[in-house]
Write a protein that binds this ligand. Sequence first.
Ligand code: F3S
Length: 396
Amino acid sequence: MYLTRLEEEMLEGEMGEAVARAMSLLVALGEVFEAERLIEVESAHISGVSYKNLGEAGLEYLEEQAELGASVRIRATLNPAGMDLERWREMGVSPEFAEGQLRVIEAYRRMGVEATCTCTPYLIGHRPRAGSQIAWAESSAVAYVNSVLGARTNRETGPTALASAITGRAPLHGYRLEENRRPSIIVEVKTPLSSKFDYGALGYLIGEMAGRSVPYIRGLRGASIEQLKALSAAIATSGGVALYHIEGLTPEARRMSRHLEGLERIPVKPDSLGEVAERFQGAGEDAVICVGCPHCSLRELMEVARLLERRSGERLWAFTSRGVYMKAERLGIVKAIEEAGGRVYRDTCMVVAPLREMGWREVATNSFKAAHYLSSMGLTVQVAPLRELLGGGHED
Ligand code: F3S
C-alpha cells in the first residue's frame, strides 16, 4: 500500500509509539482490504466505550494508549458508556462497574476525545458534511451519516476509529469509493408508513433481506429525522447495511438512480411490517419501558413528556445525550417526565448498560435495534409503539 512520507514517519515511530501502533493497525487493515492508499479523514466517532463490553482488558488497552501519549488529530466523539456518568447509583449500577467505567472515560479524555457518550452525535453538532471522508463506528450512526448526510465511512470498530482519530487517516476502500456506493438491490415499499415505529419495522425487514448490499428504497413520501434515525438503526441491525438510498429523499439517490438497471426488486407488502413486530412480543406488564435507541432527540423527549401528562411513567426510562438533555432540562421536559415517575438518563442506553447485573429480566421498547440485542442477551422483550407501551393510542 502506498504511504506518503508523513505516513511512513508515523509508522516508523517518529511521532511516538501510540501513533506508530495506530498507523500499523490501519496499514494492516488496508492490506486486508487491498486499499491502494490511506486518505485523510475529517472526524471520528468511537464505539467500544461501555465497561460491560470492554472489561479489564479493554480498559488496560485504552489506559496504555493514553499513557503512551496518544492524542487525537481530528474531532472525535464517543458512543454511549455503560451508565449515566453522574446518576449511576440511581440506575442501580455497582460501584465496581462505575469505577471501571469512569477510568475508561478518563482514558479517552486524556487522548482528547470528546466524552459525548451518545450514538447520535449528529444531533448535537457533530454532523459531517456531504462527501466528507470520516471514520465512524456505531452501526446506526454509520448508516445515518452515510445515507442521510452523504458522508463517507465504512463500519469502523472502536479500535480502528480510534486509530483514525490518532492519525487522521483511514484506508481507502469500501464505502469511501464512489463505485461501492451504488445500489445493489431495489426495495419497493408498497404500504404507507405513518410513524417512526413503522420506519423501524421497515428498516429491520430491509436489513434482513438486503444483508450487506446497498438498498435503493422506493415508495417513501418523506421522513423526519427521527424516522430516518429509527430506519438507520434497524437496517444496520438485522443485516449489515451501512448505506441506503431513498428515492427523492437522500442526497445521493438521484445520482445513484443511473445504476438501477437489472437490479433485483424486492416488494415490501402491507402485512410485512406487522409480522416483523410480532417477533418480539414476550414481555409482560411489569417490563421496564425503555426509549432512546438510538438516543432520543429533543422532539422525542417532548413526545414522551406529552404522553405522560395523562399516564404514569413509573416504569419508563428514556436515554439521551447530554446535549439534548440540557435543552430538555431548560424547557422543563426532564422535570415533567420525572415528576410523572419516569427517568431520563444520559451517556448510556438499555443495550450497553449492565441490565442483567442490575436484575432486569423484561424490557418493552419502541426500538427494533434494542429489541434485537436485548433478546439476544436473553432478556424477554416486547416491541411496540410508545403509546401502546404506555397503555393507549396507536402510533408514536
Ligand atoms: Fe445507541 Fe445503544 Fe441503541 S448505542 S443505537 S441506544 S443500542
